[in-house]
Write a protein that binds this ligand. Structure first.
Ligand code: DX5
Ligand code: ZN
Length: 222
């Protein structure tokens, strides 16, 4: 397992003041940017131009989570927009191996996401192609949903498969992650934690980032 990283999602931040909102989480490892196309999920957010402007406004690297149908064709635009990590959904990608290789070749970390009902086992052989695997712990589309405990065995299973192959692939969880649920995720083997509403509903978002980090670290040090 890698070191603990906290990647706040700006989905529940104030979209009219995104630059300032990102400045409130200076100690974050990455800014998690939820790209939605109103087809793969019933919600619409940012496109490459917006993401590029955001990348220019902060020194924290961007972690794009593409909840879009045409990931095969559109993902590279987010690398070019300045994202250091680009995640596509395996349920959307027509050629996930080719896409992961293209993302890496374009200079970003390649990552693949699984919705709650998508098992990890069929993708065991793909793991070496990935820098990170994202296991969704809510149905993608909206912030502020309740954490799905039923995803915990899949996190454990994914970490097992990675260890078996000697991989140090990052394992990210996204959805309903809070001070209350982060320990369970960390114990199961996750090391990269997205938190949207937990961070942006806090009075001091950067302090929440530190608390989440400490709570996850405590859960893995036992
Ligand atoms: C949901 C997004 C998440 C979301 C998380 O589809 O992928 O990144 O912003 O928000 P919380 O932490 O509130 O569940
Ligand atoms: Zn996300």
């Amino acid at each position: 397992m890698g070191h603990i990283q906290i990647t706040p999602s700006i989905l529940n931040a104030d979209f009219a003041r995104l630059g300032e909102e990102v400045a409130r989480i200076g100690s974050a490892d990455w800014v998690h940017v939820d790209v939605m196309d109103n087809h793969f999920v019933p919600n619409l957010t940012f496109g490459p131009a917006m993401v590029e402007a955001l990348a220019r406004s902060t020194d924290v690297p961007l972690d794009a989570h593409l909840m879009i149908e045409d990931a095969d064709r559109e993902a590279i635009a987010y690398v070019e927009a300045g994202c250091g990590s680009v995640t596509f959904h395996v349920e959307a990608a027509k050629a996930p191996v080719r896409l992961a290789r293209e993302i890496r070749a374009a200079g970003a970390r390649a990552s693949m996401a699984l919705k709650p009902a998508t098992p990890v086992d069929p993708f065991e052989d793909l793991l070496p192609e990935l820098d990170m695997l994202l296991i969704m712990t809510v149905e993608p589309g909206f912030g502020g949903q309740k954490f799905l405990d039923l995803c915990l065995p899949k996190i454990r299973r994914a970490r097992e498969l990675m260890s078996r192959h000697g991989l140090e692939t990052w394992l990210q969880v996204d959805g309903g992650v809070s001070l209350e649920t982060i320990e369970r995720c960390a114990e199961a083997g996750a090391d990269v934690f997205v938190a949207g509403s937990a961070v942006y509903s806090a009075d001091d978002p950067d302090r929440m980032v530190a608390e989440l980090r400490a709570t996850a670290a405590a859960a893995t040090s036992v």
